[in-house]
Design a binder for this molecule. Structure first.
Ligand code: NI
Length: 261
């Protein structure tokens, strides 16, 4: 395949991959994936993300505190986050956001931690990787109130409908799509996959979660972003190569990733 794929959201620094991480990256390369943005969600995973990015050329990092962890975040946590962001391979703050589905941290803590990280992203000029679970209205309001459109970012593993996608696009955000576009019951994601403008579409795996068909239910890995790309290319009536080119150009521009061609 000419062109290459970028997995814009994976958690391969997690211990799920401790036994075979090299092989996982090798399979990704064999599938045409040349860059992976590895995403932190708490202190440990952010440090691991930095460490992996230091060891692996093809891996870049995002760092931040997920809403599940919001209650544990202290002033020292923000100082640490600010320090991590100076690392040359950190390209985004994330994943951050609101999660009203599991509500593992109180909502006021989620709101506070989300806003602080958005403010830091604006100060440092870094895009944000957004996690939104059943919190659409509050999430959009916070993004608007904090002026997050100035740095932009991605609605990762976007789970809303076309109308919500339009509102996120209006705020200046990208839409990240993954495994659900391949699911039999993935009609909503498939409709979104058809309507996102070329210059706002990103593809991702969210490994180890959300493996596409035919791996659904198993551990996901960055190589499978190719299956996501194939599904979206078919939905948009494009050859895989064009879809790869468009989505990789978007990921490079948003996250300032190197152009490997
Ligand atoms: Ni994730």
């Amino acid at each position: 395949m000419d062109g290459y794929l970028i997995d814009s959201h994976a958690h391969i620094a997690d211990d799920d991959y401790d036994q075979d991480r090299e092989a996982v990256l090798e399979r990704a390369r064999a599938a045409g994936v040349r860059l992976v943005l590895n995403i932190g969600y708490d202190r440990d995973s952010s440090l691991r993300s930095l460490d992996l990015a230091e060891r692996e050329n093809m891996v870049y990092a995002a760092v931040g505190y997920h809403p599940h962890d919001a209650e544990a975040v202290t002033e020292a946590s923000y100082e640490e986050l600010r320090r991590w962001c100076q690392h040359p391979k950190v390209r985004a703050i994330g994943e951050i956001g609101l999660d009203y589905y599991r509500d593992l941290s109180p909502r006021d803590a989620q709101d506070r931690v989300f806003r602080r990280q958005l403010a830091l992203a604006l100060e440092l000029g870094l895009p944000v990787v957004i996690h939104d679970r059943d919190a659409h209205e509050d999430l959009l309001r916070v993004l608007r109130e904090e002026g997050a459109g100035q740095v932009g970012g991605v609605m990762h593993c976007f789970s809303g409908d076309e109308e919500l996608a339009r509102r996120c696009l209006d705020l200046g955000f990208h839409i990240g799509l993954g495994g659900p576009v391949t699911f039999k019951n993935g009609q909503t994601a498939q409709a979104v996959a058809r309507m996102v403008p070329d210059d706002r579409l990103l593809i991702e795996t969210d490994s180890p979660y959300l493996a596409p068909v035919p791996y659904r239910g198993r551990r996901n890995e960055p190589a499978h972003v190719r299956l996501v790309a194939e599904a979206i290319a078919a939905l948009r009536g494009l050859p895989l190569e064009s879809l790869a080119e468009v989505t990789s150009a978007n990921a490079r521009r948003l996250f300032r990733l190197p152009d490997l061609d």
